[in-house]
Design a protein. Structure first.
Length: 127
């Protein structure tokens, strides 16, 4: 009986998730369902639609990727600022500040928010 590579990969994926959970690290879900939290750890350059890219050394979300290079300006973007050299840091995983988490959650575009009606949900009653 042959073992499937798919089963092996699924099992390894489950082991790695379990290892992160045991360490107390909460990884954000890629499905867009998990709320942005000041208690969750985010990797550097983690992207959330609407909120932007997470810059781990600066503990916040920004519109451009960490150390994004703009050829026209000949500058690098990091932590909301431009500089002539890329930012160097050993920090590649951190938690956002409570203020950054609240602001980013409010800017998300990957979640559905309730609101007042719409034409797509209207009902027609025929007598």
């Amino acid at each position: 009986m042959k073992r499937s590579r798919i089963v092996t990969r699924v099992l390894l994926g489950g082991v790695s998730v379990g290892a992160f959970s045991a360490c107390g690290v909460q990884l954000p879900r890629g499905s867009g369902v998990a709320a942005i939290s000041a208690e969750a750890y985010y990797a550097n350059d983690h992207f959330i639609p609407g909120a932007g890219y997470y810059h781990a050394p600066f503990r916040g979300f920004f519109p451009l990727a960490y150390n994004h290079y703009d050829a026209a300006r000949k500058m690098y973007f990091h932590g909301g600022q431009w500089s002539a050299t890329p930012h160097r840091s050993i920090v590649n995983l951190s938690t956002p500040t409570p203020e950054a988490a609240i602001a980013a959650q409010g800017m998300r575009t990957d979640i559905s928010r309730g609101g007042f009606g719409g034409t797509s949900r209207s009902h027609f009653l025929h007598s």
